[in-house]
Design a protein around this ligand. Structure first.
Ligand SMILES: Cc1cc2nc3c(=O)[nH]c(=O)nc-3n(C[C@H](O)[C@H](O)[C@H](O)COP(=O)(O)OP(=O)(O)OC[C@H]3O[C@@H](n4cnc5c(N)ncnc54)[C@H](O)[C@@H]3O)c2cc1C
Length: 395
């Protein structure tokens, strides 16, 4: 098999990159370890930054998002039972976020790819990257026992944190930065109306709570839990009653409970690998970085990487700009580190840390008072939450 860009992984970053490159007339072949049903069954992100929304529109896959997604102009914080609205649009010159689930984004991208006849091979095994430093890189894999080979110009490693792409880079040329957080998030998805029109990030002495949503009839709630917790110990009743205990009375009484569609515990991790490029191999999205979900940045950083790589490859194929290829890692990482910083900041601000010293607790409290008690502080939160601007490519 031959293509211009071989893409490993059909998650949101692989599919979005494939769609944007296809629109630019660049041939791609995507290989994915799982089945399409499995990929669509993963319940993950739900908040799209304004830049991600624009990119999906540019990719021509925004029709359903624009009619079914919910534009949010604000978000709410709760500390010591006090509700503090943050007017995102007013503080950012009119920007907003879009509530539209990652599953739906993936479904739209899959549909677009199948409509345009661009190839995706699902259920592949033994994926390996070869000669990434040469002018003739290639990817091998097995499909139903048959050995296959893709010859290509470039390889996009969009295969998530546990994929092969990052692991194919010699350890001596990369540097990893990591912080593991001492708690996890227990998430529950239910077909119930959200407790509040806007998302709520609540700090409570029993632990952090996020009241999120996927639509006007589908809610996603998260509870901070110790890493030792097992999801099996949390039946729906226990989840709902703990959630109510961590919310102010007026919200707890309004909360509509129901049968869970999904329940899982996600550990929280901050991770970045540098550089994000090795010869003709580019790392994209979770393959290169992970954030705790507190800032709603994981999917948005994946889209940000796609934005840079798509523009660089388009300039390369359409205008011979081979000089831009080496700029990918720097451009992507500049924004990744800002997203990491915001996610780290929000996680510190909002969670209960058992092991914090009294001094650190006072610092956390002062941070809350400053960031949510002044316009300057709220502006900082708002501009990061709606998404920082992308840098220009090739100037
Ligand atoms: C439980 C959970 C909750 C989350 N919640 C949020 C949230 O609220 N907000 C937010 O912004 N982000 C959230 N995230 C993060 C967000 O979902 C990810 O950042 C996003 O999925 C990254 O997209 P990706 O395409 O880079 O990686 P992935 O979505 O991981 O996709 C990678 C794809 O590569 C495939 N693959 C892996 N290995 C191979 C291989 N060897 N060969 C071929 N294919 C392979 C995988 O099957 C997968 O389909 C959450 C993540 C998790 C796990």
């Amino acid at each position: 098999m031959k293509t211009q860009v071989a893409i490993i992984g059909a998650g949101p970053s692989g599919l979005l990159l494939g769609q944007l490159l296809h629109k630019a007339g660049i041939r791609t072949l995507i290989i994915e370890r799982q089945t399409p049903e499995y990929v669509l069954g993963r319940i993950r992100a739900g908040i799209l930054e304004s830049g991600t929304v624009s990119l999906l529109r540019e990719a021509g896959v925004a029709q359903r998002m624009d009619s079914e997604g919910l534009v949010h102009h604000g978000v709410e914080f709760i500390f010591d039972g006090k509700r503090i609205p943050v007017a995102l649009s007013e503080l950012t010159g009119g920007k907003s976020v879009m509530v539209y689930g990652q599953t739906e984004v993936t479904r739209d991208l899959m549909q677009a790819r199948s409509d345009c006849g661009a190839p995706t091979i699902y259920g592949v095994q033994q994926v390996a990257i070869h000669d990434a430093k040469s002018d003739h890189p290639f990817v091998t894999f097995e499909k139903e026992g048959e050995k296959c080979r893709i010859e290509c110009d470039f390889i996009a490693g969009c295969d998530g944190f546990h994929g092969v792409s990052r692991q194919s880079i010699p350890r001596e040329v990369i540097r990893e930065y990591e912080s593991i957080w001492p708690f996890g998030w227990l998430g529950l998805l239910a077909d119930t109306p959200p407790v509040n029109p806007e998302l709520i990030y609540a700090h409570h002495e029993r632990g952090f709570v996020l009241c999120s949503q996927r639509s006007l009839t589908r809610s996603r709630y998260y509870l901070q839990v110790p890493l030792s917790e097992q999801v099996e110990s949390w039946n729906d009743d226990r989840f709902w009653s703990e959630l109510k205990r961590r919310l102010p009375d007026e919200l707890a009484t309004k909360l509509v409970t129901g049968h869970s569609l999904e329940k899982s515990i996600a550990p929280l991790r901050s991770y970045v690998v540098e550089p994000m490029q090795y010869g003709k191999l580019f790392l994209v999205g979770d393959a290169a970085h992970i954030v705790p979900p507190t800032g709603a940045k994981g999917l948005n950083l994946a889209a940000s990487d796609v934005n840079y790589l798509w523009r660089i490859l388009t300039q390369y194929y359409q205008h011979g700009r081979s000089d831009l290829l080496a700029t990918y890692s720097r451009l992507a990482l500049n924004r990744v580190w800002k997203g990491e910083r915001f996610s780290w900041f929000m996680t510190h601000l909002l969670h209960d840390f058992q092991e914090k010293s009294d001094f650190d607790r006072k610092m956390q409290e002062a941070d809350r008072q400053y960031y949510l008690g002044s316009r300057a502080g709220m502006m900082t939160i708002a501009e990061n939450y709606v998404g920082l601007p992308y840098e220009k490519v090739g100037v």
